[in-house]
Design a protein around this ligand. Structure first.
Ligand code: ATR
Length: 283
């Protein structure tokens, strides 16, 4: 067993992971707040074996990203009720008995969506039914929002809605007038709009109303087609990197077992991410 002595070793594991902005965001906080830790990105394709190796090498904490979040849940020695309910872990910490798992994605979504206003009793539409959507639905429900799920495929969408006690609307019927009234919050949780894919909207823009809060969990590009259209229609836009940074602060606090100056940490992360994303947009 190797024990790092000066710093805590932390990493994001995924496949592919080369384009992750998490190292930039985390290391910016470590530098500014004098946290003795380093954070790297590691491409991991054999999750079970690689987790054992990372433990032996002395890694203390891991962010887990695509495609390992659900598989990681089955490999941890301890998990809390929240991660079990969501069905995925995005955060691992090495304990005496092995890797322990948590999910901070829902915290990131809730913090990003609050925009200074409570979520209780607000009507929210979640687009998608994958792992990311599950975390967002969990967070919104926990805050007391009234959640409707929509998905391209009925079976998967209905299963998600049923497990959290939400309504379900098939995506192709969303443009019907009855279904497009009253949503105050829309969260886009599919891969539609990701850089390199066709720049399309996941749902009709007739859904968008002035004053509605619209968040896209896709953060590359920063302005997805949905956010671009939402801004044109007078919606309050929340960019995807807001969720990334809020879930990141929650990860740090769990790894370091201490609370950080949150507002300061969040602003450091935001500055680092916005600088990187605006440099990309300029290319
Ligand atoms: P993750 O765990 O990261 O959320 P996932 O489990 O692959 O990823 O889920 C992807 C989500 O994006 C699903 O809701 C998927 O819809 P289906 O369940 O119908 O497959 C949705 N999705 C992906 N591509 C889509 C597209 N072109 N149009 C609409 N929905 C899409």
């Amino acid at each position: 067993m190797i024990q790092p002595v000066q710093s805590k070793l932390l990493a994001v594991i995924g496949h592919p992971v080369a384009h992750s902005l998490s190292p930039l965001m985390m290391n910016a906080v470590f530098t500014s707040l004098n946290v003795p830790a380093v954070y790297v990105a590691l491409d991991v394709d054999d999750l079970e074996k690689d987790l054992q190796t990372l433990a032996a090498v002395g890694f203390h904490g891991l962010s887990v990203t695509i495609p390992h979040k659900e598989a990681a849940l089955g490999l941890v020695s301890e998990v809390d009720e929240t991660a079990s309910a969501i069905g995925a872990v995005n955060t691992l910490r090495l304990g005496d008995g092995g890797w322990q798992g948590r999910n901070t994605d829902w915290i990131g979504a809730v913090e990003a969506l609050k925009c200074g206003a409570p979520l209780h009793s607000r009507k929210a539409l979640v687009i998608g039914a994958g792992g990311a959507a599950r975390a967002v639905v969990y967070g919104l429900k926990r805050e007391g929002a009234l959640v409707t799920v929509t998905n391209r495929t009925r079976e998967r969408g209905e299963a998600l809605a049923e497990s959290f006690g939400c309504d379900f609307v098939l995506m192709e019927t969303l443009s019907e007038p009855l279904d497009q009234t009253g949503y105050e919050i829309v969260v886009q949780c599919t891969s539609v709009g990701l850089e390199g894919r066709e720049p399309i909207l996941p749902v009709s823009d007739s859904l968008l109303r002035p004053g509605m809060v619209v968040m896209d969990i896709v953060y590359r590009p920063a302005w997805t087609p949905l956010l671009h259209r939402a801004a044109q229609k007078g919606c309050r836009v929340v960019k995807g990197h807001e969720m990334l940074l809020h879930q990141g602060i929650a990860q740090l606090e769990w790894w370091l077992e201490q609370s950080l100056p949150r507002a300061e940490g969040v602003q450091i992360m935001r500055n680092a991410l916005e600088k990187a994303l605006s440099n990309e947009a300029g290319h």
